[in-house]
Design a protein around this ligand. Sequence first.
Ligand SMILES: [Zn+2]
Length: 282
Amino acid sequence: MTELFKLIEVKCPNCGKLKNINIPEAVFSQKKFGTIKIQIPINAVCSEHQFIAFVDTKGIIRGYERIDIQMTALSPEAEREALGRLNLRNLIKVFGLYGIFSLIHAKIFNYPSYVIKDDNFEYTENLLNSVGDNILPETYQGSKSIHILEEPNVNKIKVKDKDALIMDVSQNIYQTPWETKLKFEEEIVRKALDIIDEQEQLKLLQQHISKFISEVHYAISILQDFNQIYDDELIDKISKALSIKKISTYRLNLIKKFISRNVSKEIVKKIKNRVGEFLSLV
Ligand SMILES: [Zn+2]
């Protein structure tokens, strides 16, 4: 099968470097998903920066998002040794950094994920789900939410879940059912990659996610005592209860999202926004 390509001009959002790159025609012939995210790894356009390009079905670039993680190169021996193992580094090779952030986000916030495989893809659905489980605390394991799609034609894909993450193994992301920037996921992946031991990398991801979920549990226990509470008060209470630095509004929004997607939408309604209330009075 000959694969047709379309040449599009891509511009590094960091330094403005321009380069034409080939994108498979099939990516654009899909009309189902509209704008898709294409991951541009280091050296594809720019030797220093990697990013995501938002491309519409006509091949026009609608925007960019930067990815700030620098992956240090392994020595050739270490590279050879790590080959074929299911570790973070190899997963990033397959899915791209943004693909991994997305899969982690989907796992934490309970969205189903669909991966369109190609002939070279060697991981099974069970294996991917067990890695996904490994980064979650035990109570949230076992959802088997990652699905592999054998159908290579994007237009023929049938996915029942409207709120699914849909991506392929060529670093194209067709659908992300969220608007959130994946800053939390980027941060924990960056920290994990700083560690050389590959077993420890996944463990570290799990530790960061568990820490986040313990904040969620504190938030829920605080919310049980209130009919309603302002967001800034809740931030103070969570931070004090856990003796941690004051959590950010972004973090609180993640906590709210976790509760509403994994526990209950009703509990989240107790949290009032002081700014929002003020604005509605003006
Ligand atoms: Zn650049």
